[in-house]
Structure formats: structure tokens, C-alpha cells
Ligand binder design. Structure first.
Ligand code: GLV
Ligand code: MN
Ligand code: MN
Length: 433
């Protein structure tokens, strides 16, 4: 029997299971002693397997697609009209992690989505649309420095040019996808936008301090900031560390060091900008050899596209100048460019109504972090709910969201799906109005 919306409590058993699953996935890693799951790793396969088992136990139909996204689907009871796709609501986030990650970034959204479907079933709620819980295969870009491989595939926008990307271990994306006798091109041929997409909802840990500072469990995202990822290649000359005078050196690492500080100075000078050099590789990397080549990663973000674009152009000029002064060659490779992504107004309003039920007011936040929702927004309305993050700490093993705040997040998500199911918001095959 269906339970009235106003009196719906979240089932403590479902919450306890969600917590236990978060703990379990937090222990599935490629590296001993720390949480690291990269794209197409054995740890990702093990995590997907657990999702399949949990989804199957909940009566969902599980699949893992050709790129490695795990999908758990519940079809609505509505009889489809021939030739017309049934509407589909997608709930999810990612299951890959950064290196030495926290347990919540990504899995919280996937497991809350699964718990939401379980809760709807416990309430006897059968939406008039299909629901798919998705655990995306690559949002962090740890292996190929290009984020969103999973969600890009999900919407049929995985680019063939990406197959040439080479990861840290020297293997290309083409090689990774060509395992077990398959060819990468045939993997790509399998991608297509799901039929009938009406919207995408993602719950995610905030990864910043705002909700904590205003003492609220959850908040609604207004937009995801624009981001550019680049690789900077510095070329100098290897020389003897004991015999080469300081004047004659062409030390690639000293040039790179100046450029790292220039990146920091630029970000500090622009309100709301974030810029990070998170990876550095030095060759030949010996204590008695002047560094010949250096490769840096650059991740730079701002909520306003034009501000970000201007900063990138200024940094290109400034780093070229700094390198030239030292006789060092510098090449920039842009790996990824994403514009700022506003959330859908109507779908966000559905989340806001749910937030009003669990707390006094509704904080609205811009996300500095990237999310699969930014990719899903290319094909359907999207909205995101943030859950408070202790100390704002994320991409770190100390990352933490409390069980009470997670319960608030689940409550809001379940409320939102019920509202959509009840027709409080007009839903059509083209999306939500
Ligand atoms: C994902 O966590 C990102 O914003 O880098
Ligand atoms: Mn992350
Ligand atoms: Mn994330």
C-alpha cells in the first residue's frame, strides 16, 4: 500500500544498508592502505559487481555497458506506446576515485540513488517513468587526465580522438578498451543517448565548507564552474650537476617551478578562481643531473567562462615568457575545456521543495568541483543536491559526511522522485517543465 507523502519516514534499515555499502566500497582499492580506483581497473570491476548484486537483490535489472558504467534499471508499470520511448529518469554519480581518496566523493551519490529506489519500493511508489541508477566509470580522469569518460559514453558523446590518450603507465585508451579480443572502435560504436531521458539527479558531498559554515545538512547547486585541464611540457637540456656552471644551464625544472608560482599568483589575483598544478614528472630524474624535461598538469576553474578563458590566455603568455628567459621550450596541450553549466530551474525547484521539508532554508551553491551532471546537462535537465562535508575536506581520506546528513540527502532525493512521479512537475519525453 502506498504511504502518504507527508508522513513518509526514511526506513532506518535502508539507511543502515547505505552506510554499510559506503564502508564496503571504501575498502575496494587498487592500492594497499589507501583508496584508489581508476578507470577500467580490477577495483572498478569489483565495485560494479557489488552494485549488480545489490541492484539485483532490490529487483533492478543490472548491466555494465561497454565503457564500464554500471546501470541498474527499474521499468515503470506503464505499458509503452509502440514507437514511443517510455520516459527515463536517471539517478547517479561516479564510482571511480582520485588517488588516496575519500569514501564519499561519487559513491555517496550512486548508493543514495540505489537507496532511493529501495525506499520508493518500500513506500509502494511506482513512478510512471523508468528509473535507472548509474555508477559512472570515470569522472575523475585519474588514468587519462580527461574526466567524464563514463558519462560522455552514456550520452553517446565519447570522442574517437580520445582513444589516442596515453595514461601514466604508458598504455593508450585504445589499448585499454581493446582487451579481451575486442576493438576500441566497436566499443564506441555501442554508445548512444538513452531513449526518453527526462532528467538526471545527482547527490554529492559538497567538497567545500559552505554548508558547514551555515550549519545546514544539504544545499542545492545552481551551476557547475567551468574548468580547463592542460599539460605543460618544458624542454631544457640534461647536464652534469657538478660541472655545468649556473649560467650555462637550461634547467627545465627551474622554469617549471616559476610557472607553478605564476599559476598560483594568477588564481590568487582573480576572485573565485582556483588553479592547481597537481602532477609533475621530471626527466631524467636523477640527483646529479640537471633536469632536461618536465611535464606539469594544470587544472584551472572559474564560474564565469570568459574570466576562465582570459586567465588561460594570460597564463599561456606569462609561462612562455618565463620559459624563454631561461632558454627553455614550452608546449601547452589542452586536454579538456568545459564551460560553466547551469542546473535546470524546474528540476532544482523540485529539490528545493524537498530541502524545505528537512531544514529551515535552502542554501544555493555554485560547485567548484566537476560532476557527471555537467555532461548529462547536454542531453537533459539536471539538478544536484550537496550534502555537508566535514571541514570542507575532500579528495582526501578524511573526507566525511555524517549519517544524519546523508539521511537528509536521501530524504530529499526520495521526495523529489515522488513529486515527479505524482506529476507535481510536468514531465515529457523532452524533459521536465
Ligand atoms: C572532480 O572531483 C573534480 O572536480 O576534479
Ligand atoms: Mn572528485
Ligand atoms: Mn565527484
Amino acid at each position: 500500500m502506498e504511504v502518504d507523502r507527508a508522513s513518509r519516514p526514511i526506513d532506518p534499515g535502508i539507511l543502515a544498508r547505505l552506510q554499510a555499502r559506503l564502508d564496503e566500497l571504501g575498502g575496494i582499492s587498487e592500492e594497499p592502505g589507501r583508496l584508489t580506483r581508476w578507470f577500467q581497473s580490477d577495483a572498478m570491476r569489483r565495485v560494479n559487481q557489488r552494485m549488480i548484486e545489490w541492484g539485483t537483490a532490490a529487483g533492478l535489472v543490472p548491466t555494465v555497458d561497454a565503457i564500464g558504467n554500471v546501470r541498474l534499471r527499474r521499468d515503470s508499470a506503464v505499458v509503452p506506446t509502440p514507437g514511443v520511448p517510455r520516459p527515463l529518469l536517471v539517478l547517479g554519480s561516479h564510482l571511480d576515485t582520485v588517488r588516496d581518496a575519500g569514501r564519499f566523493d561519487g559513491p555517496l551519490g550512486v548508493l543514495t540513488a540505489l537507496a532511493c529506489v529501495e525506499q520508493l519500493q518500500a513506500w509502494g511508489k511506482v513512478p510512471p517513468f523508468d528509473v535507472e541508477v548509474v555508477g559512472f566509470a570515470d569522472e575523475e580522469g585519474l588514468r587519462f587526465q580527461t574526466a567524464y569518460l563514463g558519462s560522455a559514453f552514456y550520452i553517446g558523446q565519447f570522442q574517437e580522438a580520445w582513444l589516442g590518450l596515453r595514461g601514466e603507465e604508458g598504455v593508450t585508451l585504445r589499448e585499454v578498451l581493446s582487451h579481451e579480443g575486442g576493438v576500441a572502435e566497436s566499443v564506441l560504436a555501442a554508445q548512444r543517448t538513452p531513449d526518453g531521458l527526462i532528467g538526471y539527479l545527482e547527490v554529492h558531498i559538497e567538497q567545500g565548507p559552505h554548508l558547514e559554515s551555515v550549519d545546514r545538512a544539504v544545499g542545492v547547486v545552481s551551476a557547475i564552474a567551468a574548468q580547463t585541464r592542460a599539460r605543460l611540457l618544458f624542454t631544457g637540456r640534461a647536464d652534469h650537476a657538478g660541472t655545468t656552471s649556473m649560467e650555462l644551464r637550461r634547467d627545465a625544472l627551474c622554469a617549471a617551478a616559476e610557472c607553478i608560482l605564476a599559476v598560483e599568483a594568477k588564481a590568487r589575483s582573480v576572485d573565485g578562481m582556483r588553479a592547481t598544478v597537481g602532477q609533475i614528472a621530471v626527466e631524467p630524474s636523477a640527483s646529479n643531473v640537471v633536469p632536461a624535461t618536465v611535464t606539469l598538469s594544470l587544472d584551472i576553474r572559474h564560474a564565469v567562462d570568459a574570466v576562465l578563458a582570459a586567465a588561460v590566455e594570460q597564463l599561456k603568455l606569462e609561462t612562455a615568457r618565463l620559459a624563454a628567459v631561461r632558454g627553455i621550450g614550452l608546449r601547452w596541450e589542452i586536454l579538456q575545456e568545459g564551460t560553466a553549466v547551469p542546473m535546470d530551474e524546474h528540476l532544482s525547484a523540485v529539490l528545493r521543495s524537498g530541502v524545505e521539508r528537512v531544514q529551515r532554508d535552502v542554501p544555493v551553491l555554485v560547485s567548484g568541483a566537476g560532476h557527471d551532471a555537467a555532461v548529462m546537462a547536454r542531453v537533459c535537465p539536471v539538478a544536484m543536491l550537496f550534502v555537508r562535508c566535514r571541514g570542507g575536506v575532500s579528495h582526501h581520506p578524511d573526507e566525511f559526511a555524517s549519517p544524519t546528513d546523508i539521511a537528509a540527502g536521501l530524504s530529499v532525493l526520495a521526495d523529489a522522485v515522488c513529486r515527479l512521479a505524482d506529476g507535481d512537475v510536468a514531465v515529457s519525453g523532452k524533459g521536465i517543465r
